[in-house]
Ligand binder design. Sequence first.
Ligand SMILES: [Zn+2]
Length: 254
Amino acid sequence: MKSLEMYLKSNPEDPKLFRFKFRKQVREQVDFFPEASFTSVNVSKLVFKSSQQQALCEYHRKGKGSTFKADTAIELFGMGFKGESVGDSKQVAEAPEGHLHCGCPTREVALELFLWKTTRAFSSNPKLLGRSYTMEELSKLKPSTRTFWNKSIRDYTGLQVEDFLSPDYGSDAYAMRIALTQLHTQVERLKALRAPVAVELIFPDADDGNYSGNMLQYGMEMGFFVTSKQLEHYWDELKAKRKVFPLPLITRKD
Ligand SMILES: [Zn+2]
């Protein structure tokens, strides 16, 4: 594991450093090296690269040739292009932009990997209270199911794939960014709906005084410490650049 941590600190997008043996373990063992699922879309793409240098999602890696399809005007399979799997690395051509060789969109596969590695669920049985479960055996969603589930998460939260994937996952800074991004989405939606509410966000800097200059600098570098100025800056960026879409509710046609 030490070598994997070193790898993330050096150049996480270098396939030579992220050896096939480890990529396979990341794909097959839910607890193994979760960092590979939240570093960047490019690192997630690397996770799916086979020893033949082709990138296939788990569904297609373990599926049959008949599972390679392409979306049509009347049916969504979750694959932008009809992919293929070849046995020899010399035959591997460049995958279409933004897609793996199986035809699945890279960002959709990256979000599935992230959710698979990081989600914990609980039983409805009161006797199992407090016990959490991983998605150990559920590592190959059908591409169409993946597309719909990913879309619903993005729609309701306003979060995009790149929001979830960040090397500081697990830190307070990450959790605050995720919360602020959603808050921005929901505030903008309320405004668009002309809801009679006013939300004004204030970033008081009283707490920052508790830390010395060195501590402040160290905390900012390590990403475990968040100042009001940092939050305010992030909020201003959201307001300036972030496009918010209305919640895509279906309408009854009766
Ligand atoms: Zn695929």
